[in-house]
Ligand binder design. Structure first.
Ligand SMILES: [Zn+2]
Length: 468
């Protein structure tokens, strides 16, 4: 085989796996793929460049399955800024959510045009379903556009949905959506419906009362959406999914009550997957961040925080995603009820899990690896190209210094957003190099890879995704 300019052998690192202890191994990278896992020091072809990884842990390239682009500001340029931000955090693949009332045929072509020339790392899309056309075209979205996961907002019901310019859906719509998803994907090769679980009818009544009483703290925000409204909606989604044979995924799960319901339900129906977000692991409703800390779901109780760490450790939670919302701080510096929801968060996920999880004895490296690589890759049909260090997989690698202590400064993380929840936090455990298909895109806190290196991942049910 002739040597490619980007071929190399990675020497001296400790490779992290999702299902077994870390192991000292060298890796041979050829043509953007992993060509061999080698015993430390094992010889390779003469002249093969060596990349040193001594004292570093080598993770499969990290995947953030929950990202939003363009919630405010220009969406086009955010394919550049937010993928740079992600590269800083060791991420090699992002999955972005779209929410539209138009046909995704048009949305897809438009977004691809913006993303293709700008992305620094690989990317895929989830489509949010909001009208009848989306169900009718679901099969074509899977086959023609390589999208195998679809978001459904159980909280955009009726008038709430129409207020947002959507059709205004209901349980009947969810029923038909799950039925169609189950028809398209079967057995091991499923279409996944991502259900935002929230009983908005109850929330609306509590919210009106609270606003009338002038309550405006983060604790009030949480009390306006009690755990019961997440858990009940979760149970309803699971009941529907089981009845219709569909696979569902609960994003940003935030409460012990909902997690316990999932654990119970899985005994009768296994196709229920769960994600939580880093901020639910580090912040609770007693936070003094005010409207800056507004998110949906809200920060919860300290007991809920503990429950989520337990869920990550025992495998009840399969994925950690950021729910990254790149917005300016100005949109947050308003009264609680007016402030925008969400915050940036891709680049700090790994340091948070290492610093607050691994270094505090709450999470093994295997579990950190699983929820950021193998977990999302399995759920979202990115395997075997992504999410693992194995022969034939893409050479997406995240080199991590577990002992590096660094203070978070949003300016260094290059998002469109001008703040981080973790500004001033000293976190221990940082990525020092991000490699996408054999090419280094971030080195020692500097993005060095070219815009447009990132490729779209056209996902296929039961097969490796195609680069397009
Ligand atoms: Zn989200």
């Amino acid at each position: 085989m002739t040597q490619n300019a980007n071929d190399f052998v990675l020497r001296g690192g400790t490779v992290v796996f999702p299902d077994r202890p870390p192991q000292p191994l060298d890796l041979l990278v050829e043509d953007g793929k992993i060509a061999a896992l080698l015993r430390p020091g094992e010889p390779v072809a003469q002249g093969m460049p060596e990349l040193p990884a001594r004292d570093l842990h080598v993770f499969p390239g990290l995947i953030d399955a929950h990202v939003h682009f363009g919630l405010s500001g220009e969406k086009e340029t955010q394919y550049a800024t937010e993928t740079r931000h992600a590269a800083h955090g060791g991420f090699t693949t992002l999955m972005g959510y779209f929410l539209n009332n138009e046909a995704y045929t048009d949305v897809f072509l438009r977004e691809q045009k913006h993303a293709r020339s700008r992305a620094h790392i690989d990317y895929a899309f989830h489509f949010s379903t909001a009208n009848e056309l989306h169900i009718k075209e679901l099969q074509s979205y899977v086959t023609d556009y390589g999208v195998t996961s679809f978001k459904y907002f159980m909280n955009f019901k009726g008038e709430e949905g129409r207020y947002l310019g959507l059709d205004g859906t209901d349980d009947g719509y969810l029923h038909d959506l799950l039925k169609e998803a189950a028809r398209i994907g079967k057995g091991e090769h499923r279409v996944t419906i991502v259900c935002h679980t929230e009983n908005i009818e109850i929330v609306n009544r509590i919210r009106r009362r609270m606003q009338a009483e002038g309550r405006n703290t983060l604790k009030d925000w949480s009390a306006s959406k009690p755990a019961f409204t997440e858990a009940e909606s979760c149970v309803r989604a699971m009941y529907f999914a089981e009845h219709l044979g569909a696979q569902i995924y609960v994003p940003h799960l935030s409460t012990r009550m909902a997690l316990d319901e999932v654990r119970r339900w899985r005994k009768r129906y296994p196709h229920v997957l769960v994600e939580t977000c880093p901020h639910y692991l580090t912040h609770d409703e007693n936070s003094t961040l005010g409207s800056l800390g507004k998110a949906n779901p809200p920060f919860r109780s300290p007991d809920d925080v503990n429950a989520l760490w337990e869920g990550l450790a025992d495998g009840s939670i399969q994925v950690v995603g950021s729910d990254h919302a790149p917005r300016k701080r100005a949109g947050k510096d308003k009264g609680l009820w007016q402030a925008s929801q969400g915050f940036p968060g891709i680049a700090t996920i790994l340091p948070v899990l290492l610093s607050e999880g691994y270094h505090k004895g709450r999470l093994s490296l295997e579990r950190v690896c699983a929820v950021l690589t193998d977990g999302p890759a399995r759920v979202f049909n990115l395997e075997p190209a992504k999410g693992r260090i194995a022969v034939g997989s893409d050479a997406d690698l995240t080199l991590v210094d577990l002992d590096k202590v660094r203070e978070v400064r949003w300016q260094e993380l290059e998002s469109y957003a001008d703040y981080s929840l973790y500004d001033g936090w000293k976190l221990k455990g940082w990525p020092v190099r991000t490699i996408v298909r054999g090419v280094t895109v971030m080195r020692d806190g500097e993005v060095v890879g070219p815009q447009g290196h990132g490729r779209y991942l056209h996902r296929r049910l039961g097969e490796a995704p195609q680069h397009a």
